[in-house]
Design a binder for this molecule. Sequence first.
Ligand code: C5P
Length: 215
Amino acid sequence: MNNMVIAIDGPAGAGKSTIAKIVSNKLDINYIDTGAMYRAITYKAIRDGIDINDEEALIEMAKKTQIDFKDNNIYLDNEIVNEEIRTLSVSGNVSKVAQIKEIREIMVELQRKMGKRYSVIMDGRDIGSYVFKDANLKFYLTAGINERARRRYVELKAKGHKINLDDIVNDIKNRDDIDSKRSFAPLIKADDAVEIDTTSKNIEEVVSDIMEYIK
Ligand code: C5P
């Protein structure tokens, strides 16, 4: 592998995307939010009235869907969907869609292509354990459930979403449960990943821990 690949995995709300974005800027490499890819597929299914339990229909739709990243925007069939994919309705259904093997295979192929084309820091659930088993560096970020929910609440509230904390706690617990129990490429810490508990660390501390490993 010529390009550098840094994998950041962990449960929902552990701070992966915030940290990955900052580190990507420091290293001047691309940041790929793989959760956004599964969210985009889920958003499209809901928008187009496809039954979330109809696996065949979801797979057919995914095969005909184009997902791209450009300038920190996520494109679904050439349309920017940065905000649309963050609603609780998408969050509440995405883990169900993401457990479908065929859909994961389509997303993983795209992710591997990106890693071949340029250096990346990629965050998700299975990046170090499945997508890039030979990544140059792997991190596994965790944090207590209350802290993870609080962070997500503050983030969504700031963006103007109408939400309450209990719904966020339930969403996170539900997704972690499905993500870690699915049979194909579940959420798991790769044996060679560095685990960082971010519960009582601020963003700068986590970034500085990670930069130390990178050096
Ligand atoms: O990272 P984020 O919380 O936005 O991810 C949304 C969902 O997408 C996760 O809960 C999980 O179901 C799915 N996902 C996945 N594999 C990845 C990234 C995300 O299954 N690599």
